[in-house]
Design a protein around this ligand. Sequence first.
Ligand code: HEC
Length: 141
Amino acid sequence: MTILMRIIICMIVCGLLSTAAFAAHEGDVGSAAFLSGDIEKGMMLFKDTKFAGATSGKSCNSCHPDGKGLEKAADKKEFNIMGKKQTTLEEAVNFCIEMAIKGKAIDTRSDQMTDIVAYIKTLKGKKMEKEKPMKEKGTAY
Ligand code: HEC
């Protein structure tokens, strides 16, 4: 291989690496900037055992520790929880409110819904720790 060839290959590789790094950074900034709703509040609701009038003593976090199982939810067009189909994230949230924490479905345009959805969107692609399996999967209710 000639010196020139090596230099060219090196330039291509370096270029690709820096593009990838830049793209990853852009992605982070983008997802945070375009969220509506209050992520902090959403997280509080997610961990609140009284959220939406829940009577099961559970919070969303009981079964989805730190959002476990919801990493792909933000992008889904179709959900399937316990054999029932939901077509929006809000509907899926309400389904878990009614069936899992035994609360009352909330208005899909309410602040609480917007906040909890904002929180769920931050989980997108999040790497979950292996030690924290999603609890009670398939055995709930
Ligand atoms: C008793 C356990 C339990 C509780 C509590 C619970 N969930 Fe779930 N949730 C599940 C199960 C089981 C599924 C189906 C997951 C699967 O099959 O992979 C699910 C699925 C979901 C999904 C769809 C995920 C996807 O990508 O398809 C969303 C969104 C969700 N839950 C939100 C919530 C929210 C918000 C709360 C609190 C109001 C909550 N869950 C409380 C058990 C629970």
